[in-house]
Design a protein. Sequence first.
Length: 95
Amino acid sequence: MAIAAIIYAAVSLAMSLVAFAAYGIDKRQAGRGGRRISEGRLHWLAMLGGWPGAWAGQQVFRHKTQKFSFRLVYWSIVSLHVAAIVAFLVIFARS
């Protein structure tokens, strides 16, 4: 169990850094009228474990905080991760 938790934490940290940077880049590009990072890519970064960094990027850069459809998908992704973590803990707590 400890190894799986360490791997999840490491992947989540790495993907969070990438997601955080992506939100900052996208916010900058939005202000400049440049090429944007698609919402789908931002969601994939969250899905691949970067959801904490995505949340931090939303707060720090004040980016993607108003669009309801984006927030709905984002919080669905967070819910899936939390459910998976809880399920993992319950399964391994029994063994």
